[in-house]
Design a protein around this ligand. Structure first.
Ligand SMILES: [Zn+2]
Ligand SMILES: [Zn+2]
Length: 239
């Protein structure tokens, strides 16, 4: 597999401190051949109210300028579409004509409005975990995404892996739909620099995906700070 990272946030994301130029310089220094900037596109009403709508026209120009300056690396103009299945029609009209690749699909909010991508006061109960995976199933079933991002993100702030056996049939169903639709599974490194200290999903699920016939797998650092880009790959000896 060529050295790549398909999930990086830069200054266009409201929560990232990475400058586009420093990312490209660092990626080239570290020998990456292919990277994707995947800024947040969060379109739930409460998110639009908080963060506003990013301008995809400006994003286009931003990526074009970086491509021109750093021609020795393949730079993709991607997007992380949060909770796409809840805002499908709205999102489709916004991204239409922008030629975004990869489109990462990710679930951040449960039905009860809990954001599972930020530190939570306690671990989720089994009904919430089921809801989380059901949302992922709906996402992969109803949306045209290239990659399913950070499956199991709610575990990032856990210290040990929970028993998820009761949800395995649901996870298998997510994988079945992904394989049928050609959606790649992301191995997300963000939990390596958080308490969980494991990739998401964990190697067990990666093996399950592969046993079921899944071949499309991509790595994503999900970096929001430059020190979280690249280092994890080296530190964890994952190439
Ligand atoms: Zn995310
Ligand atoms: Zn992300």
């Amino acid at each position: 597999m060529i050295k790549h990272d398909f999930h990086i946030h830069t200054e266009f994301s409201y929560d990232s401190r990475i400058k586009g130029k420093e990312l490209l310089q660092r990626a080239i220094e570290l020998g990456y051949q292919e990277i994707a900037i995947t800024e947040h596109l969060d379109l739930l009403p409460q998110e639009v109210k908080l963060y506003g709508l990013p301008s995809l026209r400006k994003y286009n120009a931003y990526i074009d300028a970086l491509r021109l300056e750093f021609q020795e690396i393949t730079l993709h103009k991607g997007i992380e579409l949060g909770d796409y299945h809840h805002v499908k029609e709205y999102a489709d009209t916004i991204i239409q004509g922008y030629d975004l690749y990869p489109i990462l699909g990710s679930v951040h909010f449960l039905s009860d409005q809990i954001n599972v991508a930020i530190p939570m006061p306690c671990e989720l109960n089994p009904a919430q975990v089921r809801d989380y995976y059901e949302q992922n199933l709906e996402l992969v079933s109803t949306c045209n995404i290239d990659v399913l991002a950070h499956l199991g993100v709610f575990k990032r702030y856990y210290n040990t892996p929970p028993d998820e056996r009761e949800h395995e049939s649901l996870i298998r169903e997510i994988f079945r739909v992904m394989i049928q639709k050609g959606i790649a599974l992301e191995i997300n490194f963000s939990s390596l620099y958080k308490p969980y200290q494991r990739c998401l999903p964990e190697p067990y699920y990666l093996e399950l995906f592969q046993k079921m016939g899944g071949t499309k797998i991509v790595y994503g650092s999900d970096a929001h700070r430059i020190e979280n880009f690249g280092i994890t790959l080296q530190k964890w000896h994952i190439q």
